[in-house]
Design a protein around this ligand. Sequence first.
Ligand code: GH3
Ligand code: MG
Length: 452
Amino acid sequence: MMENKGKILVVDDLEHAVRMSETFLASAGYDVAIARNGQEAVDRAREAMPDLILMDCLMPEMDGFEATRALKGDPATAGIPIVLLTSLDSVEDRVRGIRAGADDFLAKTFSQVEILVRVGSFIELKRLKERTRALDEALAAVGVGGRAEETGPDTVMIVQSDMAARAEMAAELGRQGYTVSVAATGSEALAGIGSAPPKIVLIDVRLPDMPGVDLVRELKKRLAFEEVPVVLVSRIEELDFDAIGMESGADEYLLKPVNPVEMLARVRNLLRKSAMQRRLRAAMDAAFQRATTDPMTGLYNIQFLRGVIDKEIAAARRYGQGFSLMVLDIDRFKSINDTLGHLAGDAMIRGLAGILSRLTRSCDYVARYGGDEFVVFLPVTGVQESVIVGERLRAAVEKTDFAAAGGGRRITISVGVTGYREGDTSADAIIKRADEGLYESKRGGRNRVTKA
Ligand code: GH3
Ligand code: MG
């Protein structure tokens, strides 16, 4: 069975049009519901809660505009995107549609590929919203709050060689409050982008120096453009649908001559989608951070490090490449807490975390084991070398005046070091061996490094 991609309500009074859309959308994996007029659309939408409504604007009784107004005026259905089917050249229909609250348009002569692009965009936006909300909720439940608000202006770049068309598009977008930059050629666009990419790019397929699709591909290769939507502007007969929706392709298209209402709808929807993508990414980063770090020091947590070590054990067994590990613990830390207080103690723990991070290599892993105890994992490092690293850490700590903890009070650490040995099968076994070295250091008078 085909995966259900989402539910679409098709609204049209013409039987053959309904049948065609139904067959086509169903074969593309969508669940299709049908309504024959505006009133039926409102009723069906309330009961079926589709992910998208595809509605003809011309219908007897309640037409598409009226139905759009009714749906957008009802809080229960206001969130469902509505794409209106309009005649190809009717600017008036689109203006009325936008006023009624429609989200986007399809010219009635649409091809199946066009419909897939437009429908796919909205369904993807809905999925993004759901995933973002789920992640936000999960994070809020564990106390990682606050969505990152969008910053900076909505900047649009227009790449168009026809000066009149370019000026018209720029003026329209400018009136809506967008910050607009323009380029007449592909190379001008690439040069003008610099380090700060715009939030969306509109590219004419016909550029004097390169095909528009080549510019799309060039932009999509750049990391900074990963989440920047690109719209191909083209005459219907020149539209290359193969250039849309692919990994290196454009995100949407806009037909020429450009209808300003349609352009604004497309720009607004794509900006919403990319903002949602950025939010989802931020939420995922926060989730990863939360799962892997110790909140007090910002070091890795021990659960994460165990996972890393277990993988390294597997690699060591297969490739024979060793590693080593040290466990270290602050000496007589209870007395620090007792004399300076817990807050000063916390500041020392954070200060020590900083020293450990600074004095190890970027490929080493420093984790807080808990309390005043830390683990440093050194990939591809023999135990002799790690003893030297441990000694360096010990000496650095001894010399440090922890200003953040009030100053004047020094601490020392005891260290246990061990290396991977054949037969080691778990992170815990290796940590335990290093712990024995640590215990020896404590017993031997503290402030020292012992190999185990
Ligand atoms: P030893 O030299 O044997 O390690 O002596 P110690 O006093 O450091 O003893 P131990 O390591 O067993 O105890 C660690 C102490 O660290 C216990 C607790 O009071 C303190 N501690 C643990 N976690 C924290 C923390 O997050 N903040 C502060 N301020 N103190 C902590
Ligand atoms: Mg201690």
